[in-house]
Write a protein that binds this ligand. Structure first.
Ligand code: MLT
Length: 309
């Protein structure tokens, strides 16, 4: 009888609220993306998806918690390139493994990285920014969302290209980091586009470049790093939904179908595109494709990032 309960539960799933853990502060890129897609997914699933922001340690606190949650489809996490790839080389004692301890549900959005600065930061373009950073490294503050976050990792990559070692200022997410940038308490940041578009359009911060091969349609005036003179710097993050390892396949399939439906919804698409995200192609939306992405990203970042200690 105990064994028979599994399939029946999966068939009825979901019968109550689902918790979606967001590993960073409310209002930041992960939170915004998770709210857009879960807002639609909950209509398909017929149950409320409650967002729970669990902050700390570059998203690894939340990911540890999600990895240990009951594998019943009622606790999920929206992770990203940081929590589910870059964290592996950065934290030798990481309490979870992004692929071994999770069932991939599906890719949600690609998020190009932008090089941003406070509005009154002196350099007027990317070439000046690079020269200024090299000349003033010890006086500058780089904001990020904790070791292992996308902003941390993306700026580590920039720092390694420029061969500089600035002071990092950690926040619980780039939502609060962006507030500090707007307020002028920090100098610059490497952030996901969804967090930056409203600020750039509002003229509250400076954007030097988008680190992708093409300009982003949401910010047609922001040059690419190649156009602005730094073609070596290319960076785009991704956000994805994961369930704890052992979550029954029929439940993962239901969640994936709800995600795919959300990504095909015109309203959802428009909101994601207006914020500069890249919507995954149909073949990129399967759990199998996300598993491959996680494994290849762990390999890639393991070649780039060094452990902290
Ligand atoms: C956030 O939601 O605050 C970001 O995804 C943090 C980051 O990884 O940079």
């Amino acid at each position: 009888a105990g064994l028979a309960a599994g399939p029946v539960q999966a068939q009825d799933y979901p019968t109550r609220n689902i918790t979606m853990i967001v590993p960073f502060a409310a209002g930041g890129p992960t939170d915004v993306i998770a709210r857009i897609v879960t807002g639609h997914m909950q209509q398909t699933l017929g149950q409320t998806i409650v967002i729970e922001n669990v902050v700390g340690a570059g998203g690894t606190t939340a990911s540890t918690r999600a990895s240990k949650a009951a594998p019943d489809g009622y606790t999920l996490i929206t992770g990203h390139m940081g929590t589910h790839a870059a964290s592996v080389p950065l934290y030798p004692k990481l309490a979870y493994h992004p692929s071994r301890d999770f069932e991939p549900v599906g890719l949600v959005a690609g998020t190009p990285i932008l090089i941003l600065a406070r509005k009154d930061f002196p350099p007027k373009d990317l070439k000046e920014f690079v020269a200024y950073l090299k000349a003033n490294t010890d006086k500058l503050n780089e904001a990020h969302a904790g070791v292992g976050s996308v902003s941390y990792t993306s700026c580590q990559l920039l720092d390694s290209v420029l061969k500089i070692n600035p002071t990092g200022v950690p926040f619980n997410g780039t939502g609060p980091a962006m507030n500090a940038l707007v307020g002028g308490q920090v100098d610059y940041m490497c952030d996901q586009i969804v967090n930056a578009v409203p600020q750039i359009k509002g003229g509250t911060i400076k954007a030097y470049a988008v680190a992708t091969p093409e300009r982003n349609p949401s910010l047609p005036d922001v040059p690419t790093t190649a156009e602005a003179g730094l073609p070596e710097y290319q960076a785009q993050a991704w956000n994805a939904i994961f369930a704890p390892k052992g979550t029954p396949a029929p439940i993962v399939a239901k969640l994936n179908a709800a995600l795919v439906k959300a990504l095909d919804d015109e309203g959802v698409k428009k909101r994601l595109l207006d914020l500069g995200s890249v919507i995954p192609k149909p073949e990129e939306r399967t759990p199998e494709s996300l598993k491959k992405l996680v494994d290849s990203e762990i390999t890639k970042w393991s070649g780039v990032l060094k452990p902290l200690n």
